[in-house]
Design a protein. Sequence first.
Lengths: 90, 148
Amino acid sequence: MRLPDKNDPGGDKESELPCNIVLQTLRDNGVSIHHLGSELYLLSQGDEVTSQVFGELIGGLMIRRLSKKFAIHIVEFYYDPITGTRRSAN
Amino acid sequence: MNKILNHIRQWASEIAGGSGSAVHIRAGNRHAVAIASMRVIIVQDGLNTWFAQSLDIDYASNGSSIEDTQRNFETGLSSTIKAHLERFGNIDRIMKSPPLEDWIPLVSRNGDEFEFSMSEAHDFNDKILVENLPYRSISYIEPLRKAA
């Protein structure tokens, strides 16, 4: 079972993650992702449509925004759904 | 000349003291969007990343430095506007203030603030023409003005 940090239930203090983990988590949760070239991506699900430039790392505030926009629990980004272990940028 | 103008929408900043404004003009499949004096707050987010959130519209960006985050904001917003015009025919979903809880905590951080203006035109009748035109211009009115 995946559990968020007890001291940070909202994930507000969680930090940056590699772009590929964030994109994979979005895909796993039904977000359509179109690579528009270079580091530009179009993310869409229903009426929620946004285009973002993502470099190697994506910060915690952006991850929290994506989790709200696409109604994905923040822990989905930070914890591997199979192993339950925490993902990190390191 | 025949009258073909069929859509004009205007927005004004909802935040206290805000002077941001935007206009979207549509004539058939041709769109022109102008944004003026929108306020954006930018804060460091972790060791290697920065985050920018507009106080006037529902858009935010991420980057590896202040300058990178500003560039990403411009590029991403322009692309988002184009996507909304293609998909919805309007930018109503972008032109709304973000929820207070999204930006009030950022104000208390040690952040910077900048204003931006941009104008662009999209013609979905002739994509080749649009993609080859220098259709976008952005000017920072007060780049990196320190927040009061």
